[in-house]
Design a protein around this ligand. Structure first.
Ligand code: SF4
Ligand code: SF4
Length: 174
């Protein structure tokens, strides 16, 4: 018994006072992903990478919208979403107290409008993603002003582009 008491005394305090005192973290502690809808382009890279499907993307072609959704109840704080997000719209925070009173409060959602093809009118990609791709191309080519023809090309769906290409090829080959 005395030996045990000596071990306890030598060990000192090994527990933390949380929740009566703030918890302390290492700088690399991974908590709830923080989402910035202004930066998000609805590209779906995070939803594809998320192992437990805490992130999902749903596209409604009839309404012409895409919905991004995060469920805190499924997140395992692995950080894959942060790694793959091209715009840094998702960053892991140090937030870990995620209890809520209503199940729906575990969810975070954001809706984006889709770009309608200039040729056939079909919604085919989020407008923000199209704008982002156009801005990257302009930056890569050192352009300061937008070219309307280039925007028309970016706002044309893959099927119509394919038809255009097929329609052009015979004339080029003649
Ligand atoms: S941290 Fe991991 S589990 Fe959580 S949303 Fe991101 S990818 Fe999904
Ligand atoms: S990867 Fe980033 S930009 Fe793409 S949908 Fe997820 S949060 Fe939005």
């Amino acid at each position: 018994m005395l030996k045990l008491l000596k071990i306890v005394r030598d060990a000192g305090e090994v527990t933390i006072k949380y929740p009566f005192a703030p918890a302390e973290f290492t700088p690399t502690f991974r908590g709830k992903p923080e989402y910035d809808p202004k930066r998000c382009i609805s590209c779906a890279a995070c939803a594809i990478a998320c192992p437990p499907n805490a992130l999902t993307i749903e596209t409604d072609l009839e309404k012409g919208v895409r919905t991004w959704q995060f469920c805190a109840g499924r997140c395992i704080f692995c950080g894959r979403c942060e790694e793959v997000c091209p715009t840094r719209a998702l960053r892991l925070s140090q937030e870990f107290e995620l209890a809520v009173m209503r199940k729906d409060d575990l969810y975070e959602r954001c809706t984006f409008s889709l770009c309608h093809c200039r040729q056939c009118g079909t919604p085919f990609a989020p407008q923000k993603e199209v704008d982002y791709a156009l801005a990257l191309t302009m930056q890569a080519n050192g352009m300061t002003e937008e070219d309307p023809d280039q925007r028309r090309q970016f706002e044309t769906c893959p099927q119509c582009k394919r038809k255009q290409t097929l329609g052009l090829k015979p004339r080029q080959e003649v």
